[in-house]
Design a protein around this ligand. Structure first.
Ligand SMILES: CC(C)(COP(=O)(O)OP(=O)(O)OC[C@H]1O[C@@H](n2cnc3c(N)ncnc32)[C@H](O)[C@@H]1OP(=O)(O)O)[C@@H](O)C(=O)NCCC(=O)NCCS
Length: 332
């Protein structure tokens, strides 16, 4: 059975940088509060008119070019986003169009919030295992800045979430040990409303929209303490499970990339697993929490900076709205 291997990576963020100082002109917050609670120093938010699919396209083209391939070489696209540019169709088909792919390949949207990239990777990996497709592009992309209340009322979430995209290119490898080894995928719907955007969903009639909007129901809402409490337990639990499936242990990890939810969460995960700083990578300081995009952005930075060596054991883990979580272990 072929194994899937990452052969290219890329990422893109909007050019507009929003610092903590910028936010404190819009709401009652401070650089000190944001840094000490979340580790975030700045984030990127789109300007009016910029589209999520444009970020996805830039990330995808980088991933293709780092692998020496063209858009026409793709057999399928998996696009993880919980913030598509339009209600329907999904961003996958828009990316197919933007990349100029005339072949009628499948372009699939995955909506699994902060764990979206890991879920998309797992589906791409399964396609490759079965021989259905040989080259699959996996994108994680989000625009969170337009779904947040940037007044003092919304400061719990507005200081955390941000916009960006990352992409990897997976290819079937017939031989060798390198490639994706195992996944752990979980969800627990009893916590669905602890991190959510309530509407406008299809249960709400258009005449109700103005009232719901005025009640703040269309903003991203989060019970930060509950999210924190579950995230610091579920991610280490999932990492241990996936390592066990791969016949490895935390001391074998060359690089852990945890979803960049919050630096304090990542540090707690690292501590719980007994990992040294050299075994982990964090970039939330510069990007904030870009939901499904955090892991592929970090992976691309590590790949380009030489932080990853051939044969390194890499673990990816994520937790988010749903709650949904999961991990992946691979040999680079
Ligand atoms: C959101 C989070 C940083 C809040 O930190 P916390 O220590 O739980 O803070 P609290 O919610 O108890 O708020 C403490 C105080 O700071 C205030 N506060 C909240 N956001 C603030 C902000 N951006 N700036 C300044 N003050 C703020 C609160 O209103 C509260 O004030 P009060 O004591 O007068 O009521 C924290 O809960 C967290 O990191 N949660 C996980 C979030 C996450 O990672 N989400 C993504 C998952 S994918």
């Amino acid at each position: 059975m072929p194994r899937s291997r990452i052969i290219g990576t890329g990422h893109a963020v909007p050019s507009r940088v929003v610092t903590n100082a910028d936010l404190s002109t819009q709401m009652d917050t401070s650089d000190e509060w944001i840094r000490s609670r979340t580790g975030i120093e700045q984030r990127h938010w789109i300007e009016s008119g910029e589209r999520g699919v444009d970020l996805g396209k830039q990330a995808a083209l980088q991933a293709l070019s780092s692998a020496g391939l063209e858009p026409g070489d793709l057999d399928a696209i998996l696009y993880a986003t919980s913030t598509p540019d339009h209600f329907l169709p999904g961003n996958g088909v828009y990316l197919q169009r933007e990349l100029g792919i005339s072949a009628t390949i499948p372009a699939i949207d995955i909506r699994m919030q902060c764990a979206g990239f890991i879920y998309a990777l797992s589906i791409a990996d399964a396609y490759i295992h079965t021989g259905a497709f040989r080259r699959v592009l996996v994108v994680g992309q989000e625009i969170q800045s337009t779904r947040m209340d940037v007044s003092t009322e919304g400061r719990h979430t507005a200081v955390i979430f941000a916009d960006g995209a990352g992409a990897v290119l997976l290819e079937a490898a017939e031989a060798g040990e390198r490639g994706i080894l195992a996944f752990d995928l979980q969800s627990e719907g009893s916590h669905a409303e602890k991190l959510w955007v309530e509407g406008p969903g299809c249960l709400v009639r258009p005449e109700q929209w103005p009232a719901e909007l005025a009640e703040g129901r269309y903003w991203l809402k989060m019970d930060g303490r509950e999210v924190f409490r579950h995230a610091v337990v579920r991610m280490p639990e999932s990492v241990r499970a996936v390592l066990q499936r791969a016949g490895a242990a935390p001391e074998h990890i060359a690089l852990l990339i945890a979803h960049q939810a919050n630096l304090r969460i990542s540090e707690a995960v690292q501590k719980e697993l007994g990992l040294a700083d050299a075994q982990t990578y964090n970039n939330i300081q510069r990007y904030g929490n870009t939901t499904a995009a955090t892991i592929p952005i970090a992976l691309d930075e590590c790949a380009r900076s030489g932080r990853l060596q051939l044969g390194d054991l890499v673990v990816l883990t994520a937790f988010g709205s749903g709650f949904v979580w999961g991990s992946c272990v691979l040999k680079w």
